[in-house]
Design a protein around this ligand. Structure first.
Ligand code: NAD
Ligand code: WQD
Length: 338
């Protein structure tokens, strides 16, 4: 299915990589982003990578008029819905902002799609909906028990999409549950640009390696894991967005409600990540073990077999490649897009 895709949140970390992947695959792209956590430079860089830039509309997904104008002006065949707030800790302090931004935006978007007759949507969900799983690897049919307002906002949207699909069974809905996206486009032109103190491991490690920060704080070394530090399923952002392109093609062929993990199936500890990054960058990454971060779980990785079966997609890039690409981005852009 080649056509025009609306990418909400397309100026952000994953959205900008998705724009590049979609355009490389031949799609036209319209981005709607309010730039609350991103810079327009990301889309200028996508333009450098793809030789043409996506169409950009600055606006809020909660603004129904803005959406109606986009659907009126362009023949949109599908929506990739990335826009939202994503910081787990911040969501505990500002739950209303998270529910408003993440849930209300999705409601307004679905209503506008319904009116415009746009029937294909891929939603950015998260492995955080599983909470603390009873075992690993995590399958899509595991129980759902998110532990933060952020996670609950994702689960609410998943439920809304399921109800919407019951009422519209010929429509295509894909709920993609990402594990831990990291890395950057191999060009080094686009990457993750956290505002202020990075919440996530990889950008923090990268900032230590480039000399922006003195050391990494490792949150606990007393978990029941091989080296005592937390284990996660890091997935290269390029693999992740290629997964979106195939998911989009799949749902356009197969109307239905689809729920799919996007992960590698490999568990990597914090100290494994430090070693891999040191190797890729040739820099040392000093660290200090500190107490556990409240709310963290010991281990979390995907069972990726459903994606393989349905989409014929597997994540192919190694941890070394994730670190090399993140390092290229970090070195070329030590202060991000600023
Ligand atoms: P990001 O913050 O870099 O990108 C989100 C984009 O959405 C930003 O450009 C922001 O300006 C925009 N935005 C936010 N609210 C908006 C609104 N109301 N209207 C218009 N634009 C709005 O985040 P990301 O890492 O690229 O994440 C993209 C999506 O994937 C999010 O929904 C996030 O919850 C989800 N996700 C991310 C991760 C991760 O670790 N990065 C993991 C799982 C799921
Ligand atoms: C990874 C590991 C930390 C930072 C979060 C969200 C999740 C999803 C992905 C959106 C853990 C340790 C981290 C640091 C550390 N996002 N760590 N020092 O917590 O698995 O997932 O991002 O949906 O919802 O919760 O990712 O990168 O924060 O942490 O030791 O400075 O690194 O304890 O073991 P997490 P993370």
């Amino acid at each position: 299915m080649i056509g025009t895709v609306l990418v909400t949140g397309g100026a952000g970390y994953i959205g900008s990589h998705a724009c590049a992947a979609l355009m490389e695959a031949g799609y036209q792209v319209v981005v709607l982003d309010n730039l609350c956590n991103s810079s327009l430079v990301s889309l200028e860089r996508v333009g450098e990578i793809c030789a043409t830039s996506p169409i950009f509309v600055q606006g809020d997904v909660r603004d129904r008029d803005c959406l109606d104008k986009i659907f009126h002006a362009h023949t949109i065949t599908a929506v990739l819905h990335f826009a939202g707030l994503k910081a787990v800790g911040e969501s505990v302090d500002f739950p209303l902002e998270y529910y408003d931004n993440n849930v209300v935006s999705s409601l307004v978007l679905l209503a506008a799609m319904q009116q415009a007759g746009v029937t294909n949507i891929v939603f950015s969900s998260s492995a955080t909906v599983y909470g603390d799983p009873p075992s690993v690897p995590i399958r899509e049919d595991f129980g759902l028990c998110p532990t933060s307002p952020y996670g609950r906002s994702k689960l609410m949207v998943e439920d809304i999409l399921a109800d919407w699909h019951v009422a519209n069974p010929n429509w295509s809905v894909c709920r993609l549950r990402y594990f831990n996206p990291v890395g950057a486009h191999p060009s080094g032109l686009i990457g993750e640009d956290p505002q202020g103190f990075p919440n996530n491991l990889m950008p923090f490690v990268a900032q230590v390696a480039v000399g922006e920060r003195e050391k990494l704080f490792v949150f606990g070394d007393d978990y029941a894991t091989a080296d005592g530090t937390g284990v996660r399923d890091y997935i290269h952002v390029m693999d992740l967005v290629e997964g979106h392109v195939v998911a989009l093609e799949y749902i356009c062929r197969q109307p239905g409600l689809h729920t799919i993990n996007l992960g590698t199936g490999n568990g990597v500890s914090v100290l494994d990540m430090v070693k891999a990054f040191e190797h890729a960058s040739g820099q040392s990454v000093p660290y200090e073990i500190v107490k556990r971060r409240p709310g963290d779980i010991a281990a979390c990785w995907a069972d990726p077999r459903l994606a393989e079966t349905l989409l014929q997609w597997t994540a192919s890039r190694s941890l070394a490649e994730m670190c090399e690409d993140a390092w290229r981005w970090q070195q070329g852009n030590p202060r991000g897009y600023a």
